[in-house]
Design a binder for this molecule. Structure first.
Ligand SMILES: [Fe+2]
Length: 275
């Protein structure tokens, strides 16, 4: 009996200590996210992102309202594209690799890491010009998603033969509708042509549609309603995409937040559960 009481109290003490450590860790992480948010106005001031999307707004809006997916060419101004591309190349050694059997493999630079490795890309994500343009095309005001969501703004890096992601919908973890914006920064084969990876949509009748993702194209879609995939790259290919998420209401609840963290394990491993 005494042994049982002792075991119970050891377990309770262990659980309380673990809980306290976890809570302390969470508070530290929250402080980290606040610090990153405080740095951001500096990024925007030093590196104002330039775009060439204005003239393509009407065409993009018409296509999006019809299919919930649209694309534009030459989205970034040359200087911004060049800076973002250079950041994407330099960030390659810091990629976190992930592998989900029969579904995906590839590398990712998380939102948190982007603050150190890709400030121009962050300036693109937080640009009021892009936000207003997207809001107009979508027909509803959108804003960036949460600081602690490592997929809010990330680099998706395919640099090993076979890197890809299979057919899927993007689950929506927010109260409002949420949208994915992809800007192709690097997309080339060893011979200097396009990589073998294709961004495809599967329509409700089962037919497939391929979207040109040449460098500096922008694709906007509502991932929760558009089934999509990126096919595999070939040996010697390199494909780096700036992936950004916006929502009409980025608030979330505890169940959706937990679900988002479980999903992010496919990109960032176990740390996505508590970071
Ligand atoms: Fe997706």
């Amino acid at each position: 009996m005494n042994g049982l009481i002792l075991s119970g109290s050891v377990l309770a003490t262990g659980a309380a200590a673990t809980g306290a450590l976890f809570w302390r860790y969470r508070i530290r992480r929250r402080g980290r996210y606040s610090n990153l948010a405080a740095l951001r106005p500096g990024f925007l001031e030093q590196r104002p992102a330039g775009f060439r999307i204005d003239a393509q707004q009407d065409q993009a809006r018409d296509a999006f309202r019809q299919d919930l997916i649209t694309r534009v060419d030459d989205a970034l101004a040359p200087e911004t594209f060049s800076l973002a591309r250079t950041e994407a190349s330099a960030a390659a050694p810091h990629v976190e690799r992930s592998y989900v059997p029969a579904h995906k493999q590839g590398g990712t630079i998380s939102y948190e890491s982007m603050h150190e490795l890709a400030p121009t890309c962050l300036a693109i994500y937080h640009s009021p010009v892009l936000r207003d343009w997207l809001s107009e095309v979508i027909g509803d005001k959108v804003v960036p998603t949460a600081d602690y969501d490592q997929s809010s703004c990330s680099l998706l890096v395919y640099d090993r033969a076979g890197d890809h992601i299979g057919w899927h919908y993007d689950h929506n973890f927010y109260r409002g509708r949420h949208f994915t914006v992809l800007i192709s920064l690097i997309n080339r084969s060893a011979a200097g042509e396009l990589s073998a990876s294709l961004l495809q949509q599967q329509r409700s009748d089962g037919s497939e549609r391929t979207f040109d993702t040449s460098e500096n194209t922008l694709v906007l879609f509502e991932g929760a309603r558009v089934r999509h995939r990126a096919t595999a790259i070939a040996e010697g290919d390199l494909r780096t995409i700036l992936s950004m998420t916006y929502s009409t209401d980025p608030r979330t609840g505890p169940i959706k937040e937990l679900a988002r963290r479980v999903k992010d394990m496919a990109f960032f491993g176990l740390r996505a559960l508590w970071d």
